[in-house]
Design a protein around this ligand. Sequence first.
Ligand SMILES: C[S@@+](CC[C@H](N)C(=O)[O-])C[C@H]1O[C@@H](n2cnc3c(N)ncnc32)[C@H](O)[C@@H]1O
Length: 302
Amino acid sequence: MLATEALAGLALEAGGYYVDATFGRGGHTALILQALGPEGRVLALDRDPQAIAAGKRHFAHEVRLTLAHASFADLAALVPAHAHQHPCRGVLFDLGVSSPQLEDPRRGFSFRADGPLDMRMDPTRGEPVSAWLARARDDEIRQVIATFGEERFARRIAQAIVTRRSKGALENTAELASLVAAAVRTREPGKHPATRTFQALRMFINDELGQLERGLHAALEVLAAGGRLAVISFHSLEDRVVKRFMQRESQVNPALGELPAIPAEARPRLKLIGRKLRPSEEELARNPRARSALLRVAERQP
Ligand SMILES: C[S@@+](CC[C@H](N)C(=O)[O-])C[C@H]1O[C@@H](n2cnc3c(N)ncnc32)[C@H](O)[C@@H]1O
């Protein structure tokens, strides 16, 4: 399982301090806690208040765990505030949406069940997709769907949305899904024709790639020397951000690398650990949604 590999990548120490940056329903947190001793500690974050509320109920008696409703983009401030001087030995990111988010039609992530067109991971901030679609320009909608959904029919979909909204607000997932299905000319095997558009709108409304950039930088700030960074991404756009970040940070700064003695600030801050890993066939058979998941691990250098 990729979760097992991610945990192995963290090289857990019984008394270490770890951050689960994407708590979800706490599957990874539970595995980390199992591997830690009484002195070990976990700080788990999620930007979804429902995830944190469920976690507080489920882990009510777990004194080694601190749960915080926060974005991982703010890790650099959160860890010092909670860690009480403990060196941070590892940060885990398991990106994307959780099953409870996808399966609850009221959250608006699903094209399979009807619900309000929301898609915010944190419904206490920002605006729902419906509000953005009501005011965005045709070309902005097209660009979002083309960029984050890598959707060939983005222009037709954007036009269909703009035509439809001239008759009144577009507020439900089922209506958007059927409007997109009518605008998409071809069919990808095993994929609902609205998959790409829903993915694009979700990534945009939650600024997922921007958050990821900030989260990775922040993780590097808080990790102690020798601490591990493990990232599970769910599709190629996310993985590209992770890959580029890890590559950049694991090379000598080329602007300073030519100097006779490499100054401390030019030394790589990360060392890549192992190769990127994909889920096994067995895991994919159990969980087809993991088909594009990828794990990358790196170690913070002194
Ligand atoms: C794939 S799920 C994690 C599942 C989790 N590892 C488990 O075992 O249950 C991703 C979670 O990350 C959260 N998330 C996504 N972006 C986030 C961010 N910028 N900051 C904090 N949490 C985020 C989502 O709300 C979601 O609950």
